[in-house]
Design a protein around this ligand. Structure first.
Ligand SMILES: Cc1cc2nc3c(=O)[nH]c(=O)nc-3n(C[C@H](O)[C@H](O)[C@H](O)COP(=O)(O)OP(=O)(O)OC[C@H]3O[C@@H](n4cnc5c(N)ncnc54)[C@H](O)[C@@H]3O)c2cc1C
Length: 465
């Protein structure tokens, strides 16, 4: 049994890594446990294939039980903050109003929550991608949007000195962690400074279960060799992401006390529309993503569209067809323009353990979401054609990157798992701070909102337990 800590934090991603930094700064003795490897700018994988296999769960990709969705989730020190494109945005006020009502957390009201956004933006320092860093794909996106009379806006990124200008064309490795160390993420902004201030970190340790005792919590975890280790802490914080946190709670046998556990899981289903152009587009060069939709018509539909450059490995993972048809499209890879279409999913999924104890995600495509997928596909294809596409490629596999829910925040035990004080219902010593808390899909890049929610949770945690 390891020594007792004030806090053991499980999961080092957007939420857990940021929280560890805050707690250590407040003087707490903390241990951060992370299932993934500890990589750094010198060891981040440089090929797309390596990044999928080295820093993701499921060796790169996981699937929903129905096979209708592929899911990508980070597994490395810094979690999703390391592999993300560092795109940041605030969620719409209507969504925050909705969350304040569902959860009965007044702090979600837009006028209150903006203070939390301000605090985390001061850490991430988002900047708008300068026009000289936009690639041809972004210009094609704009042309399509303007011809069809839809509004757009430049994206913001939490990065600095990114060199995503015309001179640098190697940002294709961005999703594996930035070798230039340009992203402002949990690893560089919180975990590494916190280690200097006394944070203990154990990577390649996967937490299995925990048990809450009267004056402490006991945690059991497996190291990379499969050996079981036990830890004791005064307070446990679960920040293992929507899937990871839910899985630990399910394995710990809490479904019988927390009936809403594993419900209400959203993933922002996303696909890519490809158009073939006569000109060279090189969508994978320069700024990966530079512009996004900012249009009330699309928002009403629950659809968001981004100009997106994706690497050849991702293209071949997403496009249907094999061998001849795939190779035919890949042969003209440099002429492909791409628009990513993501949906604010309303039909929620469910996480549970199968008979052998493995996590499974059930999310059949509901008729409403199917209809919106079709509308998003038609619109994005119109934009590509309006911008001059000579032909369109088949619709890609639908994938989810923005996983949320499973441990919703709220007051009602039937519909929520975590109280407005961020503790599990009925618990004194176990809190949750990550995207699993979200009561519905955020409708945009989630990281900024996850950090702002973590900042709010920290206010409850730093009070003596
Ligand atoms: C390729 C990609 C690109 C993305 N781009 C963007 C973007 O540009 N902007 C944006 O806002 N969002 C982006 N996202 C989404 C964003 O990364 C996630 O929404 C966010 O990381 C979720 O934060 P979290 O703290 O809930 O969990 P995570 O950041 O996923 O952290 C959870 C951590 O817990 C660890 N863990 C899980 N289970 C256990 C266990 N049992 N024991 C120990 N550790 C465990 C995981 O390995 C992981 O490191 C992207 C995601 C992907 C996959």
């Amino acid at each position: 049994m390891e020594t007792r800590y004030d806090f053991v934090i499980v999961g080092s991603g957007v939420s857990g890594g940021y929280l560890a930094g805050l707690l250590v700064k407040s003087g707490a003795k903390c241990l951060l446990l992370e299932a993934g490897k500890s990589l750094n700018p010198k060891s981040f994988p440089l090929s797309p294939m390596d990044l999928h296999t080295q820093s993701s769960w499921g060796g790169g990709v996981e699937f929903s039980r129905q096979g209708n969705l592929s899911l990508y989730r980070a597994k490395c020190l810094g979690g999703g903050s390391v592999v993300s494109q560092a795109l940041v945005d605030r969620v719409d006020n209507e969504i925050l109003e909705d969350w304040a009502e569902i959860t009965e957390v007044e702090a979600f009201k837009p006028s209150n929550f903006s203070n939390y956004y301000d605090t985390v933006e001061a850490v991430l320092r988002p900047y708008e991608i300068p026009r000289d860093a936009w690639n041809r794909n972004a210009e094609i996106y704009l042309k399509g949007f303007e011809r069809e009379e839809y509004y757009w806006k430049p994206v913001k990124r939490a990065a600095h000195d990114c060199q995503d200008s015309a001179k640098s064309s190697d940002c294709i490795v961005c999703l594996g962690g930035c070798p230039r160390d340009s992203k402002y993420n949990s690893l560089t902004r919180s975990i590494l400074p916190a280690i200097q201030a006394g944070l203990e970190v154990q990577s390649e340790v996967e937490v299995q279960t925990f048990q809450e005792k009267q004056d402490h919590v006991e945690i059991s975890a497996r190291d990379k060799n499969g050996a079981l280790t036990h830890y004791q802490t005064h307070h446990l914080v679960l920040a293992a992401g929507s899937f990871g946190t839910t899985e630990i709670l399910l394995r710990s046998g809490l479904k019988k006390y927390l009936p809403a556990l594993g419900t209400n899981v959203s993933c922002h289903p996303q696909f890519v529309s490809f158009g073939m152009f006569e000109e060279i587009v090189d969508a994978h060069r320069m700024a990966f993503s530079a512009v996004t939709s900012n249009d009330s018509k699309l928002r009403r539909l629950g659809v968001k569209m981004d100009s997106i450059g994706i690497d050849p490995v991702f293209v071949s993972m997403l496009l249907p067809g094999a061998r001849k048809s795939l190779l035919k499209n890949l042969a003209h890879y440099r002429n492909l323009a791409s628009i990513s279409v993501s949906l604010r999913d309303e039909s929620n999924g469910n996480l549970s353990l199968d008979r052998s104890g493995r996590l499974q995600f059930d999310k059949p495509t509901a008729p409403k979401d199917r209809h919106r997928i079709q509308q998003g596909l038609n619109l994005s294809r119109n934009f590509l054609l309006a911008a001059g596409a000579k032909s369109l490629l088949p619709k890609t596999q639908i994938f989810g990157l923005y996983l949320a829910g499973g441990c919703s925040l709220g007051t009602d035990l039937k519909t929520s798992v975590v109280s407005p004080q961020f503790k599990l219902h009925g618990s004194q010593r176990v809190s949750v701070t990550d995207a699993s808390l979200f009561p519905s899909a955020p409708g945009t890049y989630p990281s900024l909102t996850i950090m702002a929610t973590t900042q709010l949770a920290y206010e409850h945690l730093r009070k003596p337990v």
